[in-house]
Design a protein around this ligand. Sequence first.
Ligand code: FAD
Length: 388
Amino acid sequence: MPNHALVLGGGFAGLEAAIQLRQRGLEVTLVSNRPFLFVYPTSIWVVTGEKPFEEVCLDLGDVARRHGFRFVEGTVESISGAGRSAVVNGEKLAADHLVVAFGGDRLKPKGAELTHTIGGDPQAAVRARDALSALLARGRGRIAMGFGGNPKDGSAVRGGPVFELMFNVDTLLRRRGLREAFELTFFAPMPSPGERMGKKAVGALQGMLGKLGVGARFGKKITGFERDGVLFEDGSKLETDLTIFLPAGDGHPAVKGSDLPRSEAGFVTVDGGCAVPGFPGVWAVGDAAALQGPDWRAKQGHVAEVMARVAAANVAAVEAGRPERESYLPHVGITCLLDMGNGAAYVHRDDVTERMVPLPVVGHWMKQAWGAYYKASKRRQVPRLPGM
Ligand SMILES: Cc1cc2nc3c(=O)[nH]c(=O)nc-3n(C[C@H](O)[C@H](O)[C@H](O)COP(=O)(O)OP(=O)(O)OC[C@H]3O[C@@H](n4cnc5c(N)ncnc54)[C@H](O)[C@@H]3O)c2cc1C
């Protein structure tokens, strides 16, 4: 009987871990609390109405059948590292290898529930779409978009998608001849939002906001939200008709309530091989794990997939009694196609290079093509490209 791996979470990290572990001959069970993987990078287009919700979802049951692993739809209520087990919908599941891949939670600043958002609950993108579409139907208004910080872990801060959504909404308004009737403002507590992407990229992005006439409220701590605006530390209020806010990530409640070692922000501590120190057979990958690396590191989908591949390779090494281990650390970097609705910018940062390549028009179609490729490759309908 092959050994059994229990993978918790059906996002980028969990799905890749399940596929890779299966390919290495393990029996695999993947548990996730929704029947689909939500392809967050393409979810900005749900908000602008460019893509229907279903197109951003990948059916996990279907993918599981194609790869030969078991998919269980259920909520992980608690986990035990010592027992390599989890309680799922009241039932205890245990395995030889436990892979924690259920992402993280989000910080909840005062009044955040009064805002719209992206990330987290997939239905939030649908609610934001409906609110945006209702405001556009009114013909004029004030739209603010921003993101929050996490002083305990800068890698859990996510600003890129908010830049993308702002650019996409600007493009949408221009296409509809409505741009003059809408006031757009970008807000963030840090003085130079987006700096993790590198000086070149941040300069270009902030310059682009200015060029498009998007107002900026940078470097002011957010103290809360009201139904009609954003409140700042200096007592000022940004009046809005629609606020879209992406809070920074926080540790998952099931991790915080477990016996696993964790960072100050509540992410699972792992070594370079994604193994949890002191818990043989327990691994953590993707947003759930405390990412190591340079100061500017950021939790991203491609890093989540690298971590999943590294963990699977190391599980196989353990199973075969081989001493060598792979590490995700050399692969920590920022890579994304930052979409603008009418083009994109390729942004890359690693230890030695910082790149920002404008890709007018074609960039938008490249990101769309990536979304289609991601789903088709997971369904085994097209061959996997190296490293993707
Ligand atoms: C709007 C947006 C755009 C982005 N764009 C990009 C981009 O362009 N490029 C890039 O590289 N990265 C991007 N990212 C980041 C990327 O999406 C994340 O880094 C990636 O999703 C992390 O994958 P994960 O599997 O670790 O976590 P998640 O994707 O969060 O997946 C976690 C999974 O676990 C499940 N789960 C959670 N709790 C439980 C529970 N208790 N029980 C059972 N299941 C549970 C969830 O349903 C989910 O399926 C973007 C993120 C957002 C929000």
